[in-house]
Design a protein around this ligand. Structure first.
Ligand SMILES: [Zn+2]
Length: 333
């Protein structure tokens, strides 16, 4: 049994209280490998932004849960070396699907867990989420629950179509379960193909797909029911066109990839939305840089020579999100 506090990590309690009050959102970035983690920590340390490191099921299968936990512990020390005296870093389980998994993460030093019972019948979601909260809270670990279903594919989490969160359920769910934050569905979606072309319109000038807007009316209704309660948005990558273009230019094939426009995320961050999950954009930034290096320097075979530029490109993307979209820079001095 290791407590997250001994690892220098923080839970989401203060982070979210400050973010809701301050009208910004904390970035939640997924990581699977060292370069990605370095890029996240460099960006957070340089901008003094609180940050949530997320471990998904796919990441646990790929990189091992124990190794990722120790990497996060190392990340705290690394952040201090970079001159961030009091790093505000949370280690969070993304899409936990059982009590046992959430318990194992609490026991190994995670400071926050998500229990995703959103695909279960309502009463079962309540019972499972409550059970996780009761255990996690004994150890000071915060819990994220979910109501509503997001479309798209994220590692092993996938759904054909989305169902918006029902505002009439949120008071009952949060009071019965004791969750610290609530992930909702208002039209964001997992993956780099968030919408089918037939769900979008086309910009007549560029021919690019324009996705349907987020359901801000549903968000407003939820906020009215739960004033000041921390709300989470999953599937909030923007799928930057320049990264997609670079990938396609250098041999990739990502036709009609489409994400959530940053302007809408900026608007969400000013509301009670205080955690915004971004994964696909990091994958795209990494892939674009690697493809470009391979194409321009075909003689290169030292992984540091293509993973290095990939790391730089990810860091640039993370800094952009922190400063220009979420507004979390300078909030963890
Ligand atoms: Zn998600």
């Amino acid at each position: 049994m290791v407590n997250y506090k001994d690892l220098g990590l923080v839970n989401t309690k203060d982070m979210f209280a400050k973010a809701v009050k301050g009208g910004y959102a904390v970035p939640a970035f997924n990581f699977n490998n060292m370069e990605q983690l370095q890029a996240i920590i460099m960006a957070a340390a340089e901008t003094k932004s609180p940050v949530i490191l997320q471990v998904s099921k796919g990441a646990r299968n790929y990189a091992n849960q124990t190794l990722l936990r120790y990497m996060a512990e190392g990340a705290v020390e690394y952040a201090k070396e970079l001159g961030w005296a009091k790093p505000q870093i949370c280690l969070h389980l993304d899409h936990g699907d059982s009590f046992e998994l959430c318990k194992s993460c609490v026991d190994m030093g995670f400071s926050s867990v998500m229990i995703d019972g959103s695909s279960l019948p309502y009463d079962e979601n309540v019972a499972l989420t409550k059970k996780v909260c009761e255990y996690a809270h004994q150890h000071g670990v915060t819990v994220e629950g979910e109501l509503g279903v997001l479309a798209g594919v994220e590692d092993e989490v996938q759904a054909e179509e989305s169902h918006y969160t029902k505002p009439e359920e949120v008071i009952d769910f949060t009071s019965k379960t004791g969750v610290d934050s609530l992930a909702i569905s208002i039209g964001t979606s997992h993956g780099a193909y968030k919408f089918k072309p037939e769900q979008c319109t086309r910009d007549p000038k560029t021919g690019k797909l324009v996705p349907p807007p987020l359901a801000f009316d549903v968000l407003a209704e939820i906020e009215k029911k739960l004033p000041g309660f921390p709300i989470v948005l999953h599937g909030s990558s923007s799928v930057p066109q320049d990264e997609v273009d670079t990938i396609n230019k250098f041999g990739g094939k990502l036709p009609d990839a489409v994400g959530i426009p940053e302007e809408q995320l900026r608007q969400a961050a000013k509301s009670a939305v205080c955690k915004i999950n971004i994964d696909s954009d990091s994958r795209l930034a990494m892939t674009a840089a690697i493809r470009q290096t391979f194409a321009e320097k075909p003689g290169e075979f030292d992984p540091r020579k293509y993973l290095g530029p990939a790391r730089d490109n990810m860091k640039k993307m993370y800094m952009h999100k922190i400063i220009n979209v979420l507004g979390s820079n300078g909030k963890a001095e």
